[in-house]
Ligand binder design. Structure first.
Ligand SMILES: Nc1nc2c(ncn2[C@@H]2O[C@H](COP(=O)(O)OP(=O)(O)O)[C@@H](O)[C@H]2O)c(=O)[nH]1
Ligand SMILES: [Mg+2]
Length: 457
């Protein structure tokens, strides 16, 4: 079994992690099985999640330590501090990053020693704050440099809501630049989109308490301590449906590794995602849709939902040109034949579907009575995510608002370099059509010819 190590950074990252581990425990039931070793180390008496939990404020980690998932982690897997990063990428990246990096590398090495054949690292963080954004980015860069694993990063894009973190545009640009350079695949989860999707959502995933263990097991404590509620430590928690949003991220992320854990007709593992969806190394964002959010009668209904804008967790823009698509299907009742047949009938009335090539992963094992789908694709519409964070950044930066907070920790040139990275990838997505047509290559060749000519003169 190939293992996946999960790194969760900052408040949002750890709350996403909490939702994720709840989901994974419900999927694997309450007993260790062959399939559970992807996410759990089962060599000791008590199974432990293959995870590293990092936050510089103690609040959220203490909530996790007191929650029903606590038995999944040892003290050595927590990396906490006493003061946060003040919603400042610079403070997270430079101050905490300078102090914490070696400690993190040691915890990572310790986790790796417990793996036979580690496949990938997956990360959770928000882009808008300071710790997840700054320290998280720094540590992801470290993983890239030292361990050379595939890295798949789920990141939360801040809401348009003005009560959200005021400096989030700086944080988002800086951390997104890092992810684009260090992660193999960046999966943006837009809070506004997810809050809307959460309103539509009528299906609740199974909770731990609903699972009836046939005999007592390593998860006994977990089950006994189960309180059924997502811990929240944010001032905004009452106002914003973080719990529902985080569940959608957890379900989507768990579906990506479902076929490698449970097997099925067509297996897709985390490495296949990068191989298939990232044809150009610098265009490494993939958008996410999840279905079903509401009860649908049949497979056609669920797949229709999958392509609906309501089910888009990444952006409000409808899909334009796509480079590549993967659909992850998990259901006992859906095989490739049925999937292809349903697709063919949908394509008859849908121009977009008709024009796409889909790679499909089919998982037939896993959670009883769960039929769900996750659609990842890379394409022109990824520009909308970068456009959003770049515009917000430019508005503040052009007036130099709040800039002094950042200049305490970093050079202005570093901020500019990071915004250039975003802009370059943004232009890359906007010019995708030309790249596919090969126009860009011709342009480069032309430039080369001209410079040779100039040199000869
Ligand atoms: N979806 C989601 N967003 C969150 C959660 N907690 C905080 N956020 C968002 O994350 C941003 C703030 O980052 P946060 O993780 O609190 O900062 P950090 O602890 O310094 O990394 C804001 O845009 C919040 O709205 C959460 O549990 N779920
Ligand atoms: Mg925090």
């Amino acid at each position: 079994m190939r293992e996946i190590i999960t790194c969760q950074f900052g408040q949002c990252g750890n709350q996403l992690g909490q939702a994720f581990w709840r989901q994974i425990v419900t999927e694997h039931g309450l007993l260790p099985t062959d399939s559970s070793s992807t996410f759990f180390d089962e060599t000791t008496q008590q199974s432990r999640a293959r995870a590293i939990l990092v936050d510089m404020e103690p609040g959220v980690l203490n909530v996790i330590r007191a929650s029903e998932t606590a038995p999944l982690f040892t003290d050595q897997q927590f990396m906490s501090g006493d003061d946060g990063s003040g919603n400042n990428f610079g403070e997270g990246y430079f101050r905490h990053g300078g102090e914490q990096t070696e400690k993190f590398v040691q915890i990572m090495q310790n986790q790796l020693e417990k793996c036979d054949s580690p496949q990938a690292v997956q990360t959770f963080q928000s882009l808008g704050g300071g710790t997840g954004s700054g320290l998280g980015s720094r540590l992801i860069e470290e993983i890239r440099d030292r361990f050379k694993f595939s890295i798949i990063s789920a990141c939360v894009i801040p809401s348009r809501d003005t009560s959200d973190v005021i400096t989030s545009p700086y944080n988002s640009v800086c951390s997104m630049a890092s992810l684009l350079e260090s992660s193999d695949v960046v999966l943006p989860f837009d809070n506004d989109r997810m809050f809307q999707a959460a309103q539509v959502q009528t299906i609740k995933p199974k909770s731990l308490a609903e699972l009836k263990p046939s005999n007592m097991s390593m998860y006994d404590i977990l089950l006994k301590q189960f309180k059924g509620e997502q811990p929240q430590n944010s001032k905004n928690a009452q106002k914003k449906p973080f719990t529902e949003a985080n569940k959608l991220v957890a379900l989507s992320m768990s579906s990506l590794s479902a076929s490698m854990r449970f097997g099925g007709e067509i297996n897709i593992d985390l490495n296949d995602i990068a191989t298939n969806l990232i044809p150009f190394k610098d265009l490494n964002i993939c958008l996410v849709n999840y279905s079903p959010l509401s009860e649908a009668q049949n497979l056609t209904g669920k797949l229709k939902q999958l392509f609906s804008i309501n089910n888009n967790l990444s952006t409000t823009q409808t899909d334009q040109l796509t480079l590549a698509n993967i659909i992850f299907s998990r259901s006992k009742d859906v095989d490739l034949g049925l999937m292809s047949q349903t697709f063919d009938s949908l394509a008859k009335n849908d121009k977009f579907i008709k024009e796409q090539q889909f790679k499909i992963g089919i998982t037939t094992g896993g959670v009883e009575n769960l039929t769900d789908f996750c659609w990842l694709r890379n394409g022109e519409t990824c520009a909308s995510t970068l456009d959003y964070i770049f515009k917000n950044y430019s508005q503040l930066k052009s007036k130099r608002m709040y800039l002094h907070h950042y200049l305490k920790f970093m050079e202005e040139s570093e901020l500019d370099r990071r915004s250039d990275v975003i802009n370059k990838v943004l232009q890359g997505y906007k010019g995708m059509q030309q790249r596919i047509n090969g126009d860009e290559v011709i342009e480069e060749e032309q430039q080369l010819k001209e410079s040779v000519k100039a040199a000869l003169v």
